[in-house]
Design a protein around this ligand. Structure first.
Ligand SMILES: NC(=O)C1=CN([C@@H]2O[C@H](COP(=O)(O)OP(=O)(O)OC[C@H]3O[C@@H](n4cnc5c(N)ncnc54)[C@H](OP(=O)(O)O)[C@@H]3O)[C@@H](O)[C@H]2O)C=CC1
Ligand SMILES: CC(=O)C(=O)O
Ligand SMILES: [Mg+2]
Length: 545
């Protein structure tokens, strides 16, 4: 006799990885002992998909759709990914940016079931034992956040947990990385956010944040434990506080299989947008002057990768750095500032101190203005017009997320420059009509890069990850913008065929990995076929064989 604890109702039908719900055939129902536990009609995956779509259509808001979809993922993972992959253009903004920002802000209220792992500074000394509680050992990617800087929302601690979950869902939905190889983790180091610490529904540690030294010691143990428990695992760092992000990246990048998406993924997608924009303008990157609003992990990551890309066009490192200026909450980064960190000092300019962005733009005369400041509306009409006054077609990338943090909207940027600006934002803004011309603003979001990188690393078993792979990804992304789309000012490939787009980017990265001898598997004759062969398909398998 089956005990109640091992009853099929509690195992087969409650296991989201295996569950097919109403799609179990009669033969499967008999074989699994679940006949009579489901309605009579056997659905196809397509029927289940259309039922989900009608449920989604009946919801009033994207946050309700998000909650519904996460619930679906908790019940039936195959169906969840079938939904996402059926229409990525529609579902990326729901399970990821910008709706995920609302999910984070409401996490204490909308929390239903745990997902992934939750480590804390109090599990220090036991991290290997705790990680071993995960039921499998075949994890190839861990996405880990402290919640210290979630999108442009600041430190929201454990409420940032939806971010590593959403990022890893895009590995699968956009690039077909198998979901069972992915593990999201929140590393709870406490939070500086007093409101959350005082909120009884806050699900994290109600404690102040650990010191840098404590974080480093905790993460040293984590890196060691993760590689022992999950051999070959790649650690993807996401949305740590800027200084933690840069310091930990430096600490592990040379001898661990890691990358930081905010530093490198953002740089990759920005370079992709710049390649397309400069092709439209018929200019070279080495001839540009770049100004950043923001001097945190994203700005430093993008700046460093622009330097690498300019070097490939013949500039020296010093010449390339001189083509870049940063402006943060304290104003222009100049040689007289004594508050700069070691990542910022290479970009300190020998210019007059300036705390007004328009004045800084006027003084430096950038051709490219990139917003990674978290400050919505920072690119005022005066700033944008200043760009247009010295540059015929300014490149303006307000990249801060979510929507309200964008430094300006595409509509504003096009309007204030008479349609001359080349624009991309972190979220997808709607098309803009100006005097009969339609502009389709780009979405410069690192999701064009990190899922493809994941697939390439997954398939090649790359031994290390470096900036060159992100530059290969950027080129692979830019190559896919059609001539027609460029004419509309589009800087990125369309999102309706995301799996094929990211597969091609993954192939470009994999070729680079093989060319530089960084793969952990032998180079096949056909790299494209290797990548294709690894792609997860959201389909049901016959449970009777
Ligand atoms: N589109 C995309 O794919 C991505 C977008 N982003 C977005 O970029 C933003 C920044 O991320 P990240 O760099 O990691 O965050 P950080 O916290 O590391 O950096 C934020 C930076 O903005 C500066 N800043 C704050 N206020 C102003 C101001 N008024 N004027 C100019 N600069 C200001 C901060 O300066 P100070 O230190 O002096 O306060 C700091 O240098 C976020 O909104 C994030 O969503 C990030 C990654 C990817
Ligand atoms: C997109 C992203 O990674 C961010 O805004 O942090
Ligand atoms: Mg991020």
């Amino acid at each position: 006799m089956t005990s109640s604890r091992s009853h099929p109702l509690l195992t087969v039908l409650n296991d989201p990885i295996q569950d097919k719900g109403t799609a179990y055939t009669e033969k499967e129902r008999d074989a699994l002992g679940i006949t009579g536990l489901l309605p009579a009609h056997v659905d196809t995956l397509e029927t289940q998909l259309s039922r989900v779509m009608s449920h989604l259509d009946a919801k009033q808001t994207d946050l309700e759709r998000y909650i519904y979809l996460i619930g679906l993922c908790d019940r039936n993972e195959t169906l969840y990914f079938a939904v996402l992959m059926s229409d990525p253009e529609r579902f990326i903004p729901i399970v990821y940016n910008p709706t995920i920002a609302e999910a984070c802000l409401d996490y204490g209220q909308i929390f239903r079931r745990p997902r992934g792992m939750y480590l804390t500074k109090h599990t220090k000394g036991r991290l290997k034992e705790v990680l071993s509680n995960w039921p499998t050992r075949e994890i190839r990617f861990i996405c880990i956040t402290s919640g210290g800087r979630i999108l442009g929302l600041g430190d929201i601690g454990a409420n940032g947990t939806p971010i590593p979950i959403g990022k890893l869902h895009l590995y699968t939905a956009c690039a077909g990385v198998p979901p069972d190889a992915l593990l999201p983790i929140h590393m709870d180091i406490g939070t500086t956010n007093r409101d959350l610490r005082d909120d009884p529904l806050y699900p994290g540690l109600h404690e102040d944040v650990a010191s840098s030294d404590e974080i480093d010691a905790l993460m040293d143990e984590f890196m060691q434990a993760a590689t022992e428990v999950f051999p070959g695992v790649c650690i993807h760092f996401e949305d740590w506080k800027g200084t933690d992000a840069l310091r930990l990246f430096d600490r592990y990048k040379d001898d661990h299989l890691i990358y930081n998406d905010d530093i490198q993924g953002t740089a990759g997608v920005t370079i992709a947008g710049l390649i397309t924009a400069l092709q439209i303008k018929d200019e070279a990157l080495k001839d540009q002057r770049v100004m950043f609003a923001g001097a945190g992990s994203a700005a430093i990551g993008i700046a460093n990768m622009i330097v690498e890309a300019m070097k490939t066009e013949g500039l020296s490192g010093a010449e390339a750095q001189a083509a870049i200026a940063l402006f943060d909450a304290g104003g222009l980064l100049t040689v007289t500032r004594d508050d700069l960190n070691i990542y910022q000092t290479p970009y300190a300019r020998d210019l007059k101190d300036e705390t007004d962005l328009q004045a800084a733009v006027k003084a430096y005369k950038p051709t490219i203005l990139i917003g990674v400041s978290t400050v919505g509306g920072l690119f005022t009409e005066a700033v944008v017009k200043e760009m247009a006054s010295h540059c015929d077609r300014p490149v303006i990338f307000p990249l801060s997320n979510p929507t309200h943090s964008a430094e300006c909207t595409p509509k504003d940027a096009y309007t204030w420059t008479d349609g001359k600006a080349l624009v991309a934002c972190g979220v997808q803004f709607p098309d803009v009509e100006i005097e009969g011309q339609t502009f389709h603003p780009g979405q410069a979001n690192n999701f064009y890069i990190f899922p493809a990188l994941g697939l390439a690393v997954y398939a090649t078993k790359a031994k290390t990850i470096d900036d060159k792979m992100f530059i290969a990804a950027a080129r692979g992304c830019a190559d896919q913008v059609s001539a027609h789309d460029r004419q509309q000012g589009m800087l990125f490939p369309r999102q309706r065929d995301m799996l094929n787009t990211e597969t091609r980017i993954a192939i470009a990265i994999a070729r680079d990995i093989f060319d530089r001898g960084l793969a952990g598997v032998e180079e096949p004759e056909d790299v494209g076929a290797l990548i294709q062969s690894q792609i997860y398909q959201p389909v049901y398998h016959d449970e009777t064989v």
